[in-house]
Structures are given as C-alpha cells and as structure tokens.
Write a protein that binds this ligand. Sequence first.
Ligand code: GRF
Length: 199
Amino acid sequence: MKIAVLCSGNGSNLQAIIDGVKSGYIPAEIALVVSDRKDAYALVRAREAGVYRLALSIGDFKSREDFDREIMKNLKARGVDLVVLAGYMRLLSPEFIREYSDRVINIHPALLPSFKGTHAIRDALKYGVKVTGVTVHFVDEELDNGPVILQKAVDIREDDNEETLLERVHKEEHKLYPEAIKLFAEGKLKIDGRRVARQ
Ligand code: GRF
C-alpha cells in the first residue's frame, strides 16, 4: 500500500509515520510528501528519510481546484492508495474528496465533534473542559467532519497552558495516527454511514 502525507508545517506526525513505516509497524510505503509551504520543516524530515517530496505554492496556480489537480496528478503518478493529512492547513476541493472518497484521513487535536477548526487546543482550554484529546477521521467535504476512526482522551490539568497541553496531545497523536494507518493498510476498517468498524 502506498500513502501520501500532506503537510504544511513542523511535520511531527509525519515523523511518527516515517518511523512507523521504517520499523515495519505500518505495512505501507510513503510514496510522497506534499507541502503547500516551501519552508515547512516537514520537507526536511522527508528529505532526511529519503522520501520523495513535492512543494507547491497556491500562488502559482489560477485556482484552488487547479492546485488540487496538480496534487492529484502526482498522487496518481505515484500510485497512492491513501492520502494522510498531517497538519495540512488547506481544505481539499470537492473534486479531490470525490476522487479519493474514503481514502483521505486526518488527525485533529480534540475529541470531535468538539472544538473543530484550527485552534482546537486553545479553544478547549478556554472553554474549560476537563478532558480533550485526539481524533483520527475520514475526510469529507466539511471541515473536521467525516467518520471517526480512532479517538484518545487527554486529561486537562489545572496548571495546563497551550504549550503543555499541546505537548501531551502530540504524544498521543504520534501513537494514534500510526495505529490508524496500520489498520487502514491491513484492510481492517469498514465504513458504515458515520460509523467505522474495526475488523
Ligand atoms: C497536529 O496537532 C494535528 O492534530 C493538526 O495539526 C498539527 C500538526 O502538527 N491537524 P505536526 O505538523 O504534525 O507537528
């Protein structure tokens, strides 16, 4: 099975996936890493791991659809079976979602459907919840919305700030994402409406 990892930033989840593939835990190959930012540290991680990289700027394209088509062209050329979003800060176009229907997954730093959007850690702290967590889910056309694959709770402590909470959330992400990709690669995930069964 071939996967593509789409990133925009640091790429610590990409690193966890690279490590999971290297150790044999994830039975898949990373066919390429795509970044929509040329200065993303994720690209350095990919280079160091010897993974094929593609860096694209939205500004070089006429539209978001054209940008996504260029990515799809590369995914097809490399025979990608699963698209893994790892800190990718862009919504995929409906055409992309249709083309890779049930084959795009994302990780979100909260227990969905709580705290959707880009500031999930800050929002959970601000709201005052005692428990937040991590969600891996299939991607559909709506933001942070598709069927849930795995979730893991993280307690919020009284003295937590964004930094300390983010650190503990990341720790769980780096275990949960490789696990979800492994399950997908082994053909063990079955989508039934909003529910995902593990077989
Ligand atoms: C993660 O917290 C993930 O949940 C969110 O974006 C962050 C990416 O971090 N979608 P990294 O680039 O993998 O370090």
